[in-house]
Design a binder for this molecule. Sequence first.
Ligand code: NAD
Length: 333
Amino acid sequence: MRLIVTGGCGFIGSNFIRYVLNTYRDVEVVNVDNLSYGSNLNNLKDLEDDKRYRFVRGSINDPNLMSGLVKDADAVVNFAAESHVDRSIADPWTFFRSNTEGILVILEAMRRSGGDVRLVQVGTDESYGDILQGSFKEEDRLKPSSPYAASKASADLFCLAYHRTYGLNVCITRCTNNFGPYQFPEKLIPKTIIRAMLNLKIPIYGSGKNVRDWIYVLDHCEALDMVLRNGKKGEVYNVSSGNELSNLQVVDRILKLMGKPRGLIEFVEDRPGHDVRYSLDSSKIRSELGWRPRHSFMEALKNTVEWYTSNEWWWKSLASEQVLHPTPWKLKW
Ligand code: NAD
């Protein structure tokens, strides 16, 4: 299979590339990434000598680049995006360009290629907005709260429209919050681990009661691979592990694993539009494709803490004061 992975120098994309190359012999991967701030070539350093892997520095917003690549590919998995909600509050345009315009460029390249290239669009639970009780199913309406979520929801709608109008071979996944190795230090779990290692206060928005459903990144990668190979054209698949925890509970568990005092926690001003709770019903991917998460939350969290504590070389140069800032949405990026 000749696979284009976009955004492969980011957190989930790099884990996915490693996953497919380790799992299959007959896969070739072209990784297209514009090396935005959250990317890191070190994420895939171990694959530099693998002949099945090629890196192209470029943007999915470049129609010539994407047309040239798509015509020789069997499939595209689109991870490329600006991904941090806080930054989308300070700078929505960058999110619109990469997350919404970018998918349109890929879809157009697919339409013009005239082939049957498969696209997996990597979407998010944030497109549904929050839900106080129960869980969203795939056919529920999208009601994004942040500019990030709006840019991702729009991308999903373009994908569905291109399937319906032009018959493109598109699948969409919507996954909950990921964690694991190679996640940029601005996100809750790595930020907490790194700040705790440095004995810095751990900022928590508002009351800390906002609930997210956490999934280990390799479980997400496996779900994406199943959708890539066996997903039905034009379908949406929710992906979730059922680990619903408040931000405060997550931080508490990390501090306990690291043997750090609870006194490090500091409640800070909430970010605007902060969703209260996300929850997905993932019974469709479980029953139709046979996916299930393999990692328990606490075991995966322990592995993640160990990975950050023993890979300081990876995060040291990334963890600037700005990146670890307690209220990044207030900054000008
Ligand atoms: P990330 O920020 O770590 O990686 C995104 C990558 O995309 C970066 O390497 C960046 O350089 C690249 N990129 C951005 N704009 C680009 C462009 N125009 N052209 C080429 N490359 C570009 O993000 P992540 O956490 O790995 O998320 C990957 C995808 O998964 C995103 O689409 C995100 O919306 C989605 N997702 C993330 C989560 C999560 O919890 N992290 C959950 C559900 C869905």
